[in-house]
Design a protein around this ligand. Structure first.
Ligand code: F6R
Length: 236
């Protein structure tokens, strides 16, 4: 595992964007696994700049996002589909039909999970998976539990996750209590993993995830078993 520490969020974002852009340059038909949340915002802005400068062409890329809130559709500005459309896809030349986010409004979320896993498998898996990390160690919305879940599945969000994500909503009560998330199988099958984290409050969980025991109570700790993980951390 490579653990890179930088001294600003701007540097973290530039470095992460360079690594993602390199993946696209080296394999234009690649599958990018993408994340939402505040951590990747700078990275996405840097990727948009690279596209504007003519340095990277996303026209052959396919993307698969990690997760989506249950019950929020693409018109809801808190849905992850909306987040991706507005923060990245609208600013680069990726084909909209090649961008995939789990459907949090599917009638049967168990079937949606099966569909999503089959989609990822049919695409040949993920070349580069971008991850953030939750304060409780979640990746995607794989929350601490007694076991790791392999497949894309419905989860009940941890109270600490609802608390942390309330900053994006008008009030805590508006945060959905459930989400659909890619499971550990698709994440761990990704050829490369790039995890980005910033802020002092992420320091302890990163230490637990990468230096502590591998346990489903710290979901990100499973990444210790992945052969190609890069972590970029900025304290600021
Ligand atoms: C989002 C996701 C989550 C976030 C994590 C960190 O798609 O999968 O695991 O990466 O909650 O969120 P931020 O970046 O807002 O601290």
């Amino acid at each position: 595992m490579k653990f890179i520490t930088v001294d600003s969020y701007e540097k973290l974002s530039k470095l992460a964007a360079n690594l993602i852009a390199s993946q696209v340059v080296l394999k234009p038909h690649c599958v990018l696994g993408l994340a939402t949340g505040s951590s990747p915002l700078g990275t996405y802005a840097e990727l948009a700049k690279k596209y504007d400068a003519g340095d990277v062409d996303f026209s052959s890329v396919t993307s698969v996002n990690l997760d989506e809130y249950a019950g929020l559709d693409k018109t809801n500005d808190q849905s992850y589909r909306y987040f991706m459309d507005h923060n990245l896809f609208a600013h680069i030349n990726i084909c909209p039909e090649k961008t995939h986010v789990p459907n949090g409004c599917a009638d049967d979320l168990a079937k949606e999970g099966e569909r999503y896993d089959k989609l990822i498998a049919d695409l040949g898996g993920i070349d580069l998976q971008l991850l953030g990390i939750g304060l409780d160690g979640h990746i995607g919305f794989n929350e601490p539990d007694e076991f790791f879940t392999k497949e894309t599945h419905l989860v009940t969000l941890d109270p600490s996750t609802i608390e942390a994500n309330a900053r994006f909503f008008a009030s805590k009560d508006e945060v959905p209590t459930q989400a659909i998330t890619m499971g550990m199988m698709s994440i761990m099958n990704a050829k490369k993993i790039l995890l980005i984290a910033n802020g002092q409050n992420k320091k302890d969980i990163l230490d637990k995830a990468f230096n502590g025991p591998i346990t489903p109570m710290v979901p990100a700790s499973i990444l210790q078993l992945h052969p190609d993980v890069t972590v970029i951390y900025s304290e600021n």
